[in-house]
Write a new protein. Structure first.
Lengths: 203, 203
DNA sequence: CTTCAGTGACTAAGCGCTTGCTTAGAGTGG
DNA sequence: CCACTCTAAGCAAGCGCTTAGTCACTGAAG
């Protein structure tokens, strides 16, 4: 993990207090990413956090509540970083590229978090499911709006709006599955590559 | 499921004999896709197959052996259909488009199988893991070879070979996650869309 | 300055339940 | 009779979570 990633990672979890709650949540994230939510045990989580099995229940009501927190923090984080990147640009092409770059590099940078956010949705109870789905759809809408605007003024070539949006999301989401710092270079370069590929396919 | 899909689906499992073994394997596939390998229980699998829990062990040594069979059949099937599609075409662009179209439409068509093959690799024991990984790499090599050839003779524009291969695989693999016959149209149209997008990004 | 009830973080032990899998035997066709 | 397919019953182990209590610390009363 490079310095930039370390700083952003610390920011992501800084507001989880007290420190023991944060340590448990990070331990849960590691366990969920390593083995999947269902295979990860509360004993494994507590061991990774250096505490007894019962300590989990001092800070969280259940294992699935920990997953819910992780999912919320993760989804809010991608949405925020995509928004921030787009705000610095003007025009559909530029803003689409900004989105793609931010979205893909986020998934590479926080690949353990990305794996969990992408594939453990089904484990959430219905209330939480709706909340998280709404965040995901808001993120999708960010690109969809740019593609629609770009198609309208002829700046972008878009035959199938929904299909193109899904393709863009796929590039990003799937980065979390295969990316490692060893194999993929730094997260920014993934973002740049994907932004480049997407711009080419929209002209 | 349309007629074409039904026929291909039947072909996929036809060689699993006797019929009880096949019914159990298909029940396991549904259970793994619905809830994930770890969350799916052998009792759930046997119930879906209309048999008692012990019946599983008449035909398979363990739950994980069922997963291994499903993974092998799935990976062999994508590889075969990509090869078949490419054999009908000539030249890097055409053959790359054939690969993308076959790979993505396979993942849409067999989306439950695609979900399992893509995300349950970690549950396999080491021997099986290696066998499956080899099939996956052979599939990747199919596109990589075309992109290399296309780049060499100037027909295709490829800045980052490995990155472009991964992007192509991501489009296909992730289709299994979001595709449903209701939301995505027919599998072929997904394949055509992705082939089109990829060709545009390679020019 | 000492005392001590109150508070919040944490653990040892374990409860009730479900898991993957086994065993012993029944049913059936050749 | 054997060979094969399947089931009823259940075992050992591991699961999420609870209970009862320890411990370090706080702040007001004596």
């Amino acid at each position: 993990m490079d310095d930039e990633t370390a700083r952003l990672y610390a920011d992501l979890w800084a507001h989880v207090e007290p420190e023991s709650s944060r340590r448990l949540l990070l331990a849960a994230l590691d366990a969920f990413a390593d083995r999947g939510f269902e295979a990860a045990t509360t004993r494994d989580i507590s061991r990774r956090a250096g505490m007894s099995p019962a300590a989990v229940y001092v800070h969280y009501r259940s294992k699935v509540e920990m997953l819910g927190e992780i999912m919320r923090i993760g989804h809010e984080s991608v949405l925020a970083s995509a928004r921030a990147a787009m705000d610095e640009r003007d025009g559909p092409s530029e803003r689409t590229a900004a989105f793609v770059s931010a979205f893909s590099s986020w998934h590479a940078r926080f690949s353990t978090l990305g794996q969990v956010t992408a594939h453990e949705l089904r484990a959430l109870p219905p209330e939480r499911f709706g909340e998280i789905l709404a965040l995901r759809q808001a993120t999708e809408r960010l690109v969809a709006d740019e593609l629609r605007a770009g198609a309208a003024d002829g700046e972008l070539h878009v035959d199938d709006l929904q299909g193109t949006v899904r393709a863009i999301m796929s590039l990003g989401v799937d980065s979390a599955r295969w990316y490692t710092p060893q194999r993929g270079g730094d997260p920014e370069s993934i973002g740049r590559l994907h932004a480049d590929l997407v711009l080419r396919m929209l002209r």
